[in-house]
Design a protein around this ligand. Sequence first.
Ligand SMILES: *[C@@H]1O[C@H](CO)[C@@H](O)[C@H](O)[C@H]1NC(C)=O
Ligand SMILES: *[C@@H]1O[C@H](CO)[C@@H](O)[C@H](O)[C@H]1NC(C)=O
Ligand SMILES: *[C@@H]1O[C@H](CO)[C@@H](O)[C@H](O)[C@H]1NC(C)=O
Ligand SMILES: *[C@@H]1O[C@H](CO)[C@@H](O)[C@H](O)[C@H]1NC(C)=O
Ligand SMILES: *[C@@H]1O[C@H](CO)[C@@H](O)[C@H](O)[C@H]1NC(C)=O
Ligand SMILES: *[C@@H]1O[C@H](CO)[C@@H](O)[C@H](O)[C@H]1NC(C)=O
Ligand SMILES: *[C@@H]1O[C@H](CO)[C@@H](O)[C@H](O)[C@H]1NC(C)=O
Ligand SMILES: *[C@@H]1O[C@H](CO)[C@@H](O)[C@H](O)[C@H]1NC(C)=O
Ligand SMILES: *[C@@H]1O[C@H](CO)[C@@H](O)[C@H](O)[C@H]1NC(C)=O
Ligand SMILES: *[C@@H]1O[C@H](CO)[C@@H](O)[C@H](O)[C@H]1NC(C)=O
Ligand SMILES: *[C@@H]1O[C@H](CO)[C@@H](O)[C@H](O)[C@H]1NC(C)=O
Ligand SMILES: *[C@@H]1O[C@H](CO)[C@@H](O)[C@H](O)[C@H]1NC(C)=O
Length: 808
Amino acid sequence: MASLFVFFHLLLLLSKTPVLSSSPTFVSQPSVLKPGSSLSVENKDDFLISPNGLFTAGFYAVGENAYCFSVWFTKPLRDKSHTIVWMANRDVPVNGKRSKLSLLKTGNLVLRDASQPLPIWTTNIINSKEPAQLIMNNTGNLYLQNQDNQTIWQSFGSPTDTLLTLQNLTKDTPLVSSRSLTNYSSGVYRLYFDSDNVIRLAYNTPTVAGTYWPDPMLTAWASGRSTWVSRRIANMDLFGRFVSSDSLFFNTSDAENQFVIRRLTVDVDGNFRAYSLDETRGIWKVTWQAISDACKVHGICGDNSTCSVVPGSGRKCSCIPNHTMINQTDWSLGCKPKFNTTLCGNNEDTFLRFPHFDFYGYDAAYVANATLDECKKVCLGICHCKGFYLKYQPGGFYSCYAKFRLLNGYKNSNGSMYLKVPKSFLLSPTSKDFVYGDSLNCSKKLPTVPIERAYEKNPKNESLKSLMIFTYVFGALETICIIYFLYKTRGPSTARKGYLQAATGFQRFSYAELKRATNNFSKEIGRGGGGIVYKGEFSDNRVAAVKLLKEYSNKEGEAELLAEISTLGRLNHMNLIDIWGYCAERKHKLLVYEYLENGSLAQNLHSSKLDWGKRFNIALGTAKGLAYLHEECLEWVLHCDVKPHNILLDSDFNPKVADFGLSKLLKRDGSRNSEFTRARGTRGYMAPEWLFVNHPITSKVDVYSYGVVMLEMITGRSPAGDQNAESKGRLDSWVKEKMMEAGGTNEWIKEVVDVTVDGNYDTSKMDILIKVALLCSQEDKDARPTMRQVMDMLLQVEEDSDNYENCI
Ligand SMILES: *[C@@H]1O[C@H](CO)[C@@H](O)[C@H](O)[C@H]1NC(C)=O
Ligand SMILES: *[C@@H]1O[C@H](CO)[C@@H](O)[C@H](O)[C@H]1NC(C)=O
Ligand SMILES: *[C@@H]1O[C@H](CO)[C@@H](O)[C@H](O)[C@H]1NC(C)=O
Ligand SMILES: *[C@@H]1O[C@H](CO)[C@@H](O)[C@H](O)[C@H]1NC(C)=O
Ligand SMILES: *[C@@H]1O[C@H](CO)[C@@H](O)[C@H](O)[C@H]1NC(C)=O
Ligand SMILES: *[C@@H]1O[C@H](CO)[C@@H](O)[C@H](O)[C@H]1NC(C)=O
Ligand SMILES: *[C@@H]1O[C@H](CO)[C@@H](O)[C@H](O)[C@H]1NC(C)=O
Ligand SMILES: *[C@@H]1O[C@H](CO)[C@@H](O)[C@H](O)[C@H]1NC(C)=O
Ligand SMILES: *[C@@H]1O[C@H](CO)[C@@H](O)[C@H](O)[C@H]1NC(C)=O
Ligand SMILES: *[C@@H]1O[C@H](CO)[C@@H](O)[C@H](O)[C@H]1NC(C)=O
Ligand SMILES: *[C@@H]1O[C@H](CO)[C@@H](O)[C@H](O)[C@H]1NC(C)=O
Ligand SMILES: *[C@@H]1O[C@H](CO)[C@@H](O)[C@H](O)[C@H]1NC(C)=O
């Protein structure tokens, strides 16, 4: 089954190539995840897509290296954004590396982050012990179905901020808004069934909480809601008709049209809206909203601030005068006074008028009929009174509302707010009316904060680390002593060498030593990458490959050489060749590597020792080595010269990639000289983008070369060797041609594989390998997979064939 999955990947990737897009056998991404399989955050093609193509489930990037497992509308909007409808782990994003959503054989769905010992999220199905499959349904519901076709879990049962058509809102499943347009974690607004069975909107910040819809001034009955119901359920049907058990009914403005895609969302501004997708324009249209006056949504503008409606962009928060924002990025925290006099029980305090504003709620006292002076007295008599609202009543008199908290400020033409301030504060008599304080645009996008998700260190490593630190410190002290000693005895130049060696951990060889070991550079075993490689044997019987850096000589000193090869010292992978040390004496610059008995892949391409099993292993090992170079290291290292000569084989024919990192070393050359030297690598294996000056060089150049090497290894044909002009460098076109000619059968495989190679091969495995190679060697660099994807595809095939063997 998993091989089918890989196959879908391949098809999807292949579909991007112009040659194959006309293929009639196009199959879309799967919509079902089988028990025992998983979706990986690193594989950018690990998605489930509903059969109608409308919804996609997969890892969604919510920040730098931060991902949430989500369901979204597959088709992006006009502004290229995706509309998320559900998230599994909105508050705890996972790492962009090694995180996985696995469907266990027990029917549980588990989201793991490699750095955390416990799952980040799980469906927690305790009583099920039988396998289930995860299905991305056409309705946007992601659900688990057991073998009896029962739904044992569904994303519809744990909504985030969105309710889709036919999805039920129940008493246990409130909708919670996102924090901001860019931050999907749980925000402060909630749509829920209250204990009196009424659907309400409420906000809940660390400092304040309250409901704001339906209008809290009115009873549920006055708002047209019913509390006498036994069920709490609400949903919208295909026709855009919303029905709730508390008698809240509404029709969207485009109701009756059942072919419209709709959603209901508690937005980041606290409003609850119905949207319909305008597919031709790529936008969502609002077809209904709970609150028409944006400032009736409480909580957005915090203490001591006011809200005003701004046509076009929603609303704006402003601090009341002589107050300043507490946190420049968050209006809900409100504003604090710029003065620091306490205002309690001081009859000297005075009031400043803030016309046409009211602050909703938090009344400390109410006087139905009061003059301005009477109301001032009321407020002065209450220690924590912050001011009062004086409202003109239709009967021709004023009502006084003394406030102990200035929250939910909004424009109200029927009265004025009077703020209590220290007497010393009163400026010139003319400035008795306040003007607006600091203001900030509420709808401005907040800066996103990168999420730090460091890998957890296990205690063993910790102790090892402290031991290493000790060693380093001790070593550094020792080095200082040695430097001092050398400085005293032999002068500065030797001291510097000793220091450099200690800093990189490479062994430093003398030129004389290497000359002796290589028998005066007599046994050449390879050439390329800026130098000639010789076989050497040291007095302790260690055999090494010694590379004489030709292009590098005469140029830089030892420190520069070391600085550049220090990257290589940090690379450690079973499919990368090991560097032992270096030599830098005057113009002689050499690198010492481990020696591999079986030479390079180039030497073995036509060897009878390389059967198909070994060749497949070489393909996988090389992919692993390159994937490691590209992704896992601290710095990106592009190989830039992947070819059979640089893939070395150990005694068991395991591949080790050689000659990497030298591109970095030689970079200086390329940029100094003309554009001709920009192109590196070897003809036939070089990606097309090398030839174009303004094309960026990315890791995809190595992917291309890898693809060509694989095609060469499979077909036995050299990509550059043929003198025949039209076949030059287009090995992939030849293979694709054969593939097309076969018209859907597997016959082409027989035609393209190298008949001189002994042994049998597994046709399905070969099929995948060739397809992977073709994917890699595409002209369009963006269509090529990454090295890690290649590795995963090949690993998958490997696993499948292993499983298959285990079964028989
Ligand atoms: C899946 O979608 C179909 C409509 O395509 C719907 O009838 C069915 O109820 C859905 N199943 C679940 C579990 O949501
Ligand atoms: C489950 O549904 C499939 C397809 O609808 C059907 O073939 C199968 O018999 C059903 N299995 C059970 C146990 O109901
Ligand atoms: C929604 O609730 C109704 C009534 O309880 C039920 O029939 C329906 O299956 C539910 N829909 C989903 C998707 O769970
Ligand atoms: C919604 O439309 C239906 C007809 O399709 C109508 O019966 C119903 O009264 C409408 N509801 C509201 C709240 O307008
Ligand atoms: C109070 O606000 C007014 C108007 O913004 C300003 O002129 C005055 O300087 C402020 N006073 C203090 C003490 O900040
Ligand atoms: C404002 O809040 C953000 C996030 O809550 C925090 O990172 C930042 O330090 C705060 N700024 C100030 C000035 O307190
Ligand atoms: C709001 O302002 C008052 C004084 O006007 C002050 O006492 C109170 O602490 C402020 N609120 C906040 C959250 O700073
Ligand atoms: C507030 O108090 C600090 C010291 O407590 C003082 O330096 C500052 O001037 C005061 N600010 C005002 C506006 O009175
Ligand atoms: C308000 O109070 C004034 C004087 O205290 C009184 O004359 C007036 O009738 C009162 N108005 C109402 C509506 O109670
Ligand atoms: C002002 O008062 C009138 C009459 O009581 C009322 O209809 C109107 O809604 C009030 N305006 C505001 C903004 O509260
Ligand atoms: C608020 O910001 C948005 C987006 O940054 C902008 O489109 C809008 O014009 C701004 N509104 C005001 C009143 O500054
Ligand atoms: C989202 O908001 C939460 C809560 O304020 C915060 O902890 C988190 O770091 C934010 N995430 C991003 C990506 O800004």
